[in-house]
Write a protein that binds this ligand. Sequence first.
Ligand code: ASP
Length: 438
Amino acid sequence: MGLKVAKFGGSSVADALQINKIKNIIANDEDIKYVVVSAPGKRFSEDSKVTDLLYLCKTHIEHNLPYQQIFQVICDRFMAVKVNLGVDVDLTAEFAEIKKNLEAGASADYIASRGEYLNARLIAAFLGFDFVDAASMVRFDEKGKFMEDLTNKTIEKELSKHEKAVVPGFYGAKIDGNVKTFSRGGSDITGALIARAMGADVYENWTDVSGFLMADPRIVKDPKPISTISYKELRELSYMGASVLHEDAIYPARIANIPINIRNTNKPEDPGTMITAEPAKLEDGQIISGIAGSKGYTVVNVCKTGLSNEKGFLRRMAGVLEDNDITIEHIPSGIDTVSAVLSDKAIDGRLDEIVESLQQMLKPDHIDTSDNMALIATVGMGMSSRLGVSATLFTALAQAGVNVRMIDQGSSEMNIIVGVENKDFETAIRAIYNAFVK
Ligand code: ASP
């Protein structure tokens, strides 16, 4: 018999109807021993996520605004789940405790974590599994830094005592016992940590889509699903904006060599996407695994004759950006030019200041900037062994009338990143997709 860890995201546990679906999924698979749950997510597109409502309570309190109505909405949602599932959990006592802590100034992390906590309590009772609190296993140091080894050992020690358990995702606790959350969407990380610590055969990540698609369906009509993809390729796609799984969830699964299977709670018969260590098995003739990208970048081009002979140039350039708290997304370079691709979010309206500092530190011949840029990554392990991949890509873009403003090919030859103007973003993605996917 195998061992699976199954994580169910917010929409999979949004109400009693969804929770009944996950019960069926679990009942049909004896191997699912440990279940990680998110807080209730959206039931319909205009709905609110419980986590957002919890954060909202905290901000209301901070601004001395009445928070009771929002808190009541949260309580009502959990109460409805409890009644509809017919479970015996003393929610009234839980609500009173949370309210008391909220009014006593409990941290935003603690407040936000209660969505996962309460949902896990209800779901554990409904499934007949043990409830094991993540605060007793997922550890952070006093500065809030995640403690990987300690967490791994503690999860193993604690969960080994339970044959089947439900664990709330998203949070853990600092050494002093105070709750600390991961970043948003962090229940994916909890699931991966448990899969690693318990040596799972598979980490199933249940959501509301049947895995990854080769391109964003809002841009490309009916893109093909990705049946298998390697961790490395997925990392490239996630970095560029393909979001289904929290990017930090990949590491724990990867080092323990545990495949991650993205599944759809609403269509459990779909096999979903399998993420493995090996390169993706591509269908005959298929070269790429997927295309992803995002808008909102600025390229800063620094030109200086003899730059390649100048020592410390890149270090000084990186230093200016570091001083401005900006990470560099890419650094394409030429003989006398170095460009830095920066996200507009990081620049935060300070472009003139940054250029001024670069002028002073680097004494270049000139600096020019291109804003309104989008980056598109075409990813696939199969690309390195094929001739003509770049030719296909650039011909497709030229034929679609897209002006390529920047090119960066990763040294792994697993991706080609192009920079285009924001206005050409969608056209470029469609052109690349149609050129490679038959
Ligand atoms: N509930 C948290 C969020 O909305 C964490 C999660 O669902 O993974 O971000």
